[in-house]
Design a protein. Sequence first.
Length: 207
Amino acid sequence: MNIILLGAPGSGKGTMAQKLTSELKIPQISTGDIFRKNLKEETPLGLQIKDILASGGLVPDEITIQIVKNRLAEADCANGYILDGFPRSIAQAEALDAFQNIDCAINLDVDKETVVKRLSGRRFCPDCSGTFHISTLTHATKCPNCSGKLIIRPDDSEATVRDRLKVYEENTFPLIEYYRSRGKLVTVNGSGTVEEVYERIVQVLHR
């Protein structure tokens, strides 16, 4: 099954994708993870997109589309995959349709202010690559895994989060209608515990 997870930044797409990957035995393809890996390793792509991501902007379509196309051509995607963070625009969706058949687009619907709290409260450990939320930390700047110093990634600052949401509303929100018009969209309430949201998604997929 070829699945797309839609929703604003911070709606929980990554968390749900990881759980679905475990149950369905198909890979999660996250453009955000691919970009962050290249940033950390300072690859040519990483250097190219560094300033774009730090300002809350989006990587140009031609770069993103080719990265996704190459990834979906790999052997582990033969039986399906879960796309997390792609497509982000109608142009990307149309490009994807040219080389892939999508079975289902799941839209995680979460209130805007809830998203701001989720993302601006995230903390990252550069030493072990762990990601945490201040609501679960006993020490705001100390990694619970390795005791490294936690930081706020540039794309998780509140100002940047609000800019990312504005970009989402302008460019990505139309994807909901795009997949609805093709009979492939299902909308799931993304508020609640991880287990509650995941159960809603499972019920949708079983139907």
